[in-house]
Design a protein. Structure first.
Length: 609
């Protein structure tokens, strides 16, 4: 007998017929001698409807931060009703066919969360009531996406309802699976599994039989909404076996593979150690091209020429410039390839006003899956460096890694400062091999993701001195705003631009918070742009092959799509493009890496509209 958690998303329980179909699958699973815990989302687009209702009755122009915060408690009460409808209906449906079942909402189970409304993290899940109901032969049907806040004064659960953030019921399911030590957590949705990209945009996207947690984390956090990234993080930390399947089909789906056994603390499910290691790499040189024309094809020409010479580019950063029509691009490469890279870069006629080379640099990185959605971690890192008087020259972030380029003479002090702040071991840096034979056959790009829910904020004329990045981020951390793709441009002046992307929903709050401190912190204009999208490629094997980013940039350039921001990590490359070109961007990149299969994927919930 296996203990199985099955999660059904909104599309799988959208109406009475779908609820009955789900009921039948659950019954079959129980009849095959398994114990089943079911986690469900709100029916269809119910949550969207509730959000729209809140907007209709309470929207105010230019809300203050206090007004935004005041609404969040009621918002949670409202949104939590969606899942409550589904649990009651599904439990009744099961009982009607003779299957004992009990419906429980997040506070009845005691899915205990931080006291943060609208995006609470799960602290722990009490397993006792679930186990007791299972022992009575019942199917336990639990509302996903919601919990009950801890009371910080007593350390006990309060009566305050919280929600986990949009898409959060995958996270509820995996957290519950970890807490009850389930054999597997199955995520049922409207596609056959994880595909190379969203089949609603590229119908011939291909199924992946397996995907690693690391790849899935990046894909999910870069916009593949099929899984909530925090659910993958918990699966990885706790060694929860996980798969994604269609609730319309009996196909096996995609298995999410985890490289290690779980070591997490069940009393701090989503608030484990955020940062796992720190590493420093002195074998890097920074090349910056300043004030190059902002038009399609520039990045592609540059990185293609470097790739043609076998130069393995590590960090690439392209940031926004205060001057219209020009950009700065900076990148790092291994020391031994400097001479060649310099010749290539200087011989290109792409109109850079200046090419600078700095070989006295080091790249310091912190890593950890727990960093996802934790706005405070980057700020803590930048503060640790600032307090030691260390200036950050370049920043690049991914969901699970933050890298800063600093002067190599600051290397030891930087490691000491970060170890003190995060209490983490130093991981020796492993230089990456260029195209090893063993890896040559595995596709370097496994998936392409699009995130249309992001907006870009650029803070201009930031004084180039220690502590500025940290101070800027702290304003956002205070508002609990998660940001990603933080890029700080290289500059020949004594000011930098710091740009990042935030969820569109957080844009007004972020803008208000940052504008409040313009004078006090001495930076220039804060500009916001909600008309952008982020398109990314992901693949664990990318690091072993040079020229992958160049191919992505070329595909975009050939379609006349301008790249407005670039950020890379070992396993992903992300580009910001204009929103109206976003789908086209995704399609041409998917095609460039030959990711399409030979038949079209059906998305049953999309057909119904
Ligand atoms: N790489 C991908 N693989 C599979 N589905 C994807 C991918 N990227 C985006 N999607 C989208 O995710 C959708 C499933 O997520 P979601 O709508 O949240 O499902 P549910 O209703 O089950 O919670 C799919 O219908 C598909 O359009
Ligand atoms: N109903 C919530 C939670 C959720 O996870 O939904 P779904 O599984 O349908 O993405 C939302 O729409 O955000």
């Amino acid at each position: 007998m296996a203990l199985i958690v099955q999660k059904y998303g909104g599309s799988s329980v959208a109406d009475a017929d779908r609820i009955k179909a789900v009921r039948d699958r659950i019954k079959r699973t129980v009849d095959a001698s398994n114990q089943v815990v079911v986690v469900v989302s709100a029916m269809g687009k119910t949550t969207d409807g509730l959000v729209a209702l809140a907007e209709l009755v309470s929207a105010t122009p230019d809300p203050t931060l206090a007004e935004i915060a005041a609404k969040e408690r009621e918002m949670d009460l409202l949104l939590a009703t969606g899942e409550q409808i589904t649990i009651a209906a599904l439990s009744m449906a099961l009982q009607a066919v003779g299957q004992p079942a009990i419906a429980m909402n997040g506070s009845q189970v005691r899915v205990v969360t931080e006291p943060n409304h609208t995006r609470a993290r799960i602290l722990y899940v009490e397993p006792e009531q679930i186990r007791a109901a299972l022992d009575l032969g019942k199917v336990v049907v639990i509302a996903g996406f919601q919990g009950v806040a801890i009371d910080p004064a007593t350390g006990l659960p309060s009566n305050e309802i919280t929600t986990l953030g949009r898409g959060g019921s995958d996270t509820s399911a995996v957290a519950i699976a970890a807490a009850i030590n389930a054999d597997i957590c199955e995520i049922y949705t409207d596609v056959p599994g994880i595909l190379t990209t969203d089949p609603r945009i590229v119908p011939k996207a291909q199924m992946l039989a397996e995907i690693t947690c690391d790849e899935m984390l990046e894909l999910a956090s870069l916009g593949a909404k099929v899984l909530h990234p925090r659910s993958v993080e918990i699966a990885r930390n706790f060694g929860v076996k996980m798969c994604v399947r269609s609730s319309w089909l009996d196909d096996a789906g995609t298995v999410i593979t985890s490289p290690r056994f779980g070591t997490g603390n069940l009393k701090a499910l989503e608030v484990n150690r955020f940062v796992e290691t720190v590493s420093i790499d002195y074998d890097q040189v920074k090349i910056a091209l300043l004030q190059i024309p902002d038009r399609p094809g520039i990045a592609s020409q540059l990185f293609k020429s470097l790739a043609d010479q076998g130069i393995n580019v590590d960090l690439i950063i392209q940031a926004v410039q205060e001057t219209e029509g020009v950009n700065d691009i900076a990148f790092t490469i291994p020391q031994k390839q400097l001479q060649l890279a310099e010749v290539v870069t200087r011989s290109l006629e792409i109109g850079a006003s200046l090419v600078t080379v700095d070989s006295a640099i080091a790249k310091i990185s912190i890593m950890g899956v727990g960093m996802i959605g934790q706005p405070g971690v980057a700020a803590q890192m930048f503060t640790a460096l600032a307090e030691s008087g260390i200036n950050i020259q370049m920043i690049s972030t991914s969901e699970i890694k933050i890298s800063c380029v600093i002067a190599s003479t600051d290397g030891e002090a930087a490691i000491a400062a970060i170890q003190k702040t995060f209490d983490v071991p130093v991981q020796s840096h492993q230089a990456c091999e260029i195209t090893s034979e063993a890896n040559a056959n595995i596709s370097p790009v496994r998936g392409v993701a699009l995130d249309r829910n992001r907006a870009r904020i650029a803070v201009q004329q930031v004084p180039d001195r220690p502590g500025m990045a940290a101070k800027i981020l702290e304003q956002l951390v205070e508002q609990n705003i998660s940001l990603d793709m933080i890029v700080q441009s290289q500059s020949d002046r004594d000011v930098n631009e710091i740009a990042f992307t935030v969820a569109i929903a957080d844009l007004a709050k972020a803008e208000t918070a940052l504008k409040q401190y313009t004078k006090a912190l001495g930076y220039g204009e804060v500009t916001c742009d909600a008309d952008i999208s982020k398109v990314s490629i992901v693949g664990a094997n990318m690091i072993h092959q040079s020229g992958i980013a160049a191919r992505m940039f070329s595909a975009l350039a050939n379609s006349d799509i301008n790249i407005e921001m670039i950020a890379t990590s070992e396993i992903k490359v992300s580009c910001v493009v204009r929103d109206h070109q976003a789908e086209q961007a995704l399609k041409v990149i998917h095609q460039e890496f030959n990711l399409s299969g030979d038949h079209e994927i059906e998305v049953p919930s999309a057909l119904k509209k």
